[in-house]
Write a protein that binds this ligand. Structure first.
Ligand SMILES: Cc1ncc(COP(=O)(O)O)c(C=O)c1O
Length: 387
């Protein structure tokens, strides 16, 4: 006898991530023995640094395998507090910091802690797909703030402020950005901070890619509007620790306390072993910075090759100054980016992410967190497609 049950209206309104949809299709083709190169997944191709792994192994062997405080072990929150001061000029005491299972959970908790149904949230577009989905999950309304490829996807504070209404509650920033790689300069950040202060808005800033900047400087917007800013960061991209699931946030104590309350009734603490690993990444700072420098140099070389290559093939691609993604205009392949992505996968055997879900029509995203030989092969395959 079959059992009938209906899924919640909330979950039925959730769109599955198109990033995952493309990588599953690529995996399916691979399973059929077809040689597909995936340029779709956003994670470093480097292994987690050895000093971080060693700390995790030591944590397991010494029995650090029990529940921790919901907000994370005190040593890690102290190390994050010191990191915010040292690298970002932000003063968040350890009790104004929380540790989460990845940056994603920090964002999810923050949105649920701060938003009510009907609230409006300004999100510069193109955006990382999860922001509008998570915001909509709370019942709030994502409002895209347009930017253009011609400006390198720079945010115009005037365009943003014109979209503020009496229902606006929050601005979400992501610089360096996924998918655009755009890095917002200090004058833009200062202007956005001023808008948040004037209209009493909260800024949630996702700084996961802060170390991956090429000739640009990363500035934390929290330095301009400390009382209006929640800063989200994590170990995933900076320390090549995507699978360890460690994110964190620092901000006004009342917001952090509300996020902890949500976490206490959902996932509790982030993995204890992963917390000790992240502690080593932060405390053994010089060793970690050497790793970051190595990765940054490699990403920069790859960026230069892929941007030059795509532009030469007639796929206009602005030069990003951060993260490890490029946005290519695919008119030359098809004016519809979904069809262009389909042809790239089925005919060139290259998996990319259509801009559709990023708020970027006519464009696709390629991740260059892969070795140079693969990047050259991808360019050769696209050349064969576009002739
Ligand atoms: C902009 C941005 N924020 C957050 C995340 C998620 O980070 P984590 O893996 O730590 O949850 C990603 C991952 O792709 C990202 O691109």
């Amino acid at each position: 006898m079959s059992v009938h049950f209906s899924l919640s209206a909330r979950v039925q309104s959730l769109k599955p991530s198109s990033t995952v949809a493309v990588s599953s299709r690529a995996l399916e083709l691979r399973r059929q023995g077809i040689d597909v190169i995936s340029m779709s997944v956003g994670e470093p191709d480097f292994d987690t640094p050895p000093h971080v792994k060693a700390a995790a192994i030591a944590a397991i062997e010494s029995g650090k395998t029990k529940y921790t405080a919901v907000s994370g072990i005190a040593e890690l929150r102290e190390a994050i507090s010191a990191k915010f001061q040292r690298e970002n000029g932000l003063s968040h005491a350890a009790d104004a910091v929380t540790v989460t299972s990845g940056g994603k959970q920090a964002l999810f908790n923050a949105f649920f802690a701060l938003l009510n149904p009907g609230d409006e949230v300004l999100i510069p577009a193109p955006y990382w797909v999860s922001y509008p989905e998570m915001v909509a999950f709370t019942g709030a309304v994502p409002v895209p703030v347009p930017t253009t490829p011609e400006s390198g996807f720079q945010l115009d504070p005037g365009v943003l402020e014109a979209l503020v209404t009496p229902r606006t509650r929050m601005i979400v920033l992501n610089s360096p950005g996924n998918p655009t790689g755009a890095v917002f300069p200090p004058d833009v950040l200062e202007a956005v901070a001023g808008i948040a202060q004037r209209h009493n808005l909260m800024i949630v800033t996702d700084e996961m890619y802060e170390h991956l900047v090429y000739g640009a400087e990363h500035i934390s917007i929290g330095t301009f509007a400390p009382n209006h800013t929640l800063t989200v960061n994590g170990a995933s991209k900076a320390y090549a620790m995507t699978g360890w699931r460690i994110g964190y946030a620092g901000g006004p104590k009342a917001v952090i306390a509300a996020m902890n309350a949500i976490q206490s009734q959902s996932t509790s603490n982030a993995s204890s072993v992963s917390q000790y690993a992240a502690l080593a990444a932060l405390e053994q700072h010089e060793e970690t910075m050497r790793f970051i420098e190595m990765a940054r140099t490699a990403y920069r070389e790859r960026r230069d090759v892929i941007v030059a290559g795509l532009n030469a093939l007639g796929l206009p691609t602005p030069t990003p100054h951060g993260a490890f993604y490029v946005m290519a205009n695919t008119d030359r392949i098809d004016s519809n980016e979904l069809e262009a992505a389909r042809r790239l996968l089925d005919e060139a055997r290259v998996a990319v992410v259509p801009g559709t879900d990023f708020g970027a029509p006519g464009q696709v995203r390629l991740s260059y967190a892969t070795d140079m030989a693969t990047i050259r092969e991808v360019l050769a395959r696209i050349e064969a497609l576009v002739g």
